[in-house]
Write a protein that binds this ligand. Structure first.
Ligand code: GLN
Length: 485
């Protein structure tokens, strides 16, 4: 039984009807991991034994009629979410040996419903990057073309789902880290509204931007995962105290009367022609499905989003990463009795180049004398960007853009040019700055590689974007295509 291509809803049905057991499904998943992992390198840790134990327990729950839609189904978790008793490295030397004593909120939720955690996935160190090349451990390959990047920072999660190493995965998204790799690997990835999913137990990168979300094979699966991980958590002070809708209830229905805006600033200079063409065709498809499309929308502050992000995110990162001092966490440089030298060497050897670059950028932007010129200014522009989204959503139910300006690039192509790397997130960064939700879904191919389409919603408007995504997926089969490996 190698049903590696099962979605959550398909696997759930088979489990419920007793056509398969979770033990069988988990064993097949572990075999698949063993088979493709030497090529894809998506996983930092495979927790096989523990997964089999969880599967047995899940079969017990199912037999007793206590199943939940996620019971018994294998999931991968990005290695920046704390898992009790399982290594959580953030793909950093700094946390290479860190075994958390507690579970993140989302992990707790998954455990409570009998999900099977097969392991932890690779990422750019501390989620800083767009290709997994900043991982201090290894680079993950794109299952569609092993010489290319899977995107990042949740590249391990996206590649694992695309390669059939798990039915779904969790990722985190600070500036595009769920959506961009989802687009690059041809899977569906949702970044929820800021505050919709608790960040408790997510290793902080930029706290005002970070959000956890699902990477799945279709919109229905995203809705199922959201039903489990969304909701209020008093341990995260930014967690929204709103009731969680049943996301699976709202995804059906046609798109008649729905107004979709296409912000022209997102068809940026330098965008690959074939990518723009695929997105235009996908928009045409949505029109066929009854949506009203306005091509003349403008969000004029969009070009400033990149600069705003690369001031705010590093500033917050520089504060968040101050805790890695060799005393409280992880790696510690021990070859000296001098405290200052120990601190300096710990950070020098524990962090990779990109993390150090971000800490320096952030420390600079926050320093006396530059705070007003950079940090404060960036916060003001952030407000303008958010207001533009608010105004657009007075008129439109959703906005639509490409997820990335290009198809996945070659491994090594952009590593020497951080600015080029930063540009691969131009379409996703503004969404985190505004705090609104967005989903990336497969919308075609260019040069044989997947193209992602981004659907952006109002704050707490996940239902609408899931509905648009679902309607599109009901009438196309891009999301069903899988790479051969
Ligand atoms: N690529 C962006 C960065 O490097 C976004 C990363 C993310 O969303 N975690 O910061």
């Amino acid at each position: 039984m190698t049903d590696r291509r099962l979605t959550i809803h398909e696997a759930g049905k088979l489990l419920k009807d007793k056509q398969i057991s979770s033990v069988e499904l988990t064993r097949a998943t572990l075999e698949r991991i063993e088979q493709v992992e030497p090529k894809v390198h998506a996983c930092v840790t495979v927790a096989g034994e523990r997964a089999m134990q969880q599967a047995e327990k899940a079969d017990g729950l199912l037999a007793a009629g206590n199943g939940h839609p996620l019971t018994g189904i294998p999931v991968f978790i990005k290695d920046n979410m704390c898992t009790r008793g399982i290594l959580t490295t953030c793909s950093s030397r700094m946390l290479e040996n860190f075994i958390p004593p507690y579970d993140a909120f989302v992990v707790e939720r998954l455990n409570n419903c009998g999900a099977v955690t097969v392991g932890k996935t690779n990422l750019d160190e501390f989620a800083m990057g767009s290709s997994t090349e900043n991982s201090a451990l290894f680079t993950t390959a794109n299952p569609w073309d092993l010489s290319r990047v899977p995107g990042g920072s949740s590249g391990g999660s996206a590649a694992a789902v695309a390669a059939g190493e798990a039915v779904y995965a969790l990722g985190s998204d600070t500036g595009g880290s769920i959506r961009q790799p989802a687009g690059f690997c041809g899977v569906t990835g949702l970044k929820p509204t800021y505050g919709r999913v608790s960040r408790y137990g997510l290793v902080a990168f930029a706290s005002s931007l970070d959000q956890i979300g699902p990477l799945t094979q279709d919109a229905t699966d995203c809705a199922l995962v959201m039903n489990t991980i969304a909701g209020h958590d008093p341990r995260d002070s930014t967690s929204a105290p709103y009731p969680t809708p049943d996301y699976t209830q709202c995804i059906n229905g046609d798109l008649k009367g729905l107004k979709i805006g296409i912000p022209k600033e997102y068809f940026v200079e330098g965008m690959q022609k074939e990518v723009a063409a695929a997105i235009r065709a996908a928009i045409g498809q949505l029109e066929q499905l009854g949506a009203g499309v306005d091509w003349e929308v403008s969000l004029p502050s969009t070009p400033y989003a990149l600069a705003v992000y690369y001031i705010i995110a590093p500033s917050e990162a520089s504060a968040n990463l101050a805790r890695y001092d060799g005393v409280k966490y992880g790696f510690s440089y021990a070859d000296t009795d001098n405290m200052w030298e120990a601190l300096e060497k710990t950070r020098q050897h524990g962090f990779g180049a990109e993390v150090k670059r971000r800490i320096m950028l952030g420390t600079y932007a926050l320093s006396a004398g530059y705070y007003d010129a950079y940090y404060l200014k960036a916060q003001k522009v952030r407000t303008l960007i958010r207001q533009e989204f608010d105004r657009a959503f007075e008129k439109y139910d959703a906005l639509l853009t490409p997820t990335s300006p290009t198809v996945p690039f070659k491994i090594g192509e952009k590593t020497d040019d951080p600015l080029q790397m930063y540009l691969s997130d131009v379409c996703t960064l503004p969404i985190n700055i505004a705090g609104v939700p967005a989903i990336s879904i497969p919308a075609g191919f260019a040069d044989g590689l997947p193209v992602g389409m981004q659907i952006i919603g109002k704050p707490f408007g996940e239902e609408t974007i899931l509905k648009v995504a679902h309607a599109y997926q009901q009438s196309t089969d891009w999301h069903k295509r899988k790479p051969e490996i």
